[in-house]
Design a protein around this ligand. Sequence first.
Ligand code: PEP
Length: 252
Amino acid sequence: MRQSLIIGNWKMNGNLAENEKLLNIISVSPILYEDIDVVVCPPSIYITHVRQQLAASKIKYGAQNVSAYKNGAYTGEISTTMLADLGCSYVLLGHSERRSLNHESDGQIADKFAAAVQANLTAVLCVGETLAQRQADETFLVIAQQIQKVVEQVGIQAFKQAVIAYEPIWAIGTGETASPEQAQEVHQQIRQQLAKYDENIARSIQIIYGGSVNENNAKALFLQADIDGALVGGASLKGEHFITICQASINH
Ligand code: PEP
């Protein structure tokens, strides 16, 4: 059975005092003792502080982005080995905000994926369609292409150390969530796509949903057979709401 996974994507929010307050709330919760994976992805500059504060906690942490390069003249960038050095376990790759604001291509995301896996990080590959693509009935074509590029470049075996986050772009930060059935349909198609390469990987990989997940809609999403958890933006900044989402994922 696949373990539930909840990842909080803090985006470019927080400061030392606010982060401390938030971590104090979530790290004392009983979710610590349950069989779920809980991860927070703060802005990279705060990873060291998050690490210190989570030292006695089961909650893991990761980054929101990383460079594909090992080291060298890449001003402003951070490498996968640096993240591993700071004890990160996860890294988000290809978040739609990075695809659109930073023009990250599927090829660049695949390069980052390869670097992450090489550094023993779990790569969280974010995929999703725009509203126009959904309305044009292109949802699965778009997502299949985003995944296909990574499979071609890094090989299916690398997905043993990966998570896929289905995040319809029209649902991110908009308050509009995909219905559980809409999300399930895509998750199932993703699993079927992976099964063509490797059935074991398709069965075992965690596929999580992201897009305005909150304390009220989480449970219905997690009841779907192929939804293994959530990538949570806005609601991950509210400790009590994040805990409620984590609790909703227990035993699914
Ligand atoms: C996200 O940042 O990946 C996200 C899904 O954000 P939100 O939950 O705010 O829609």
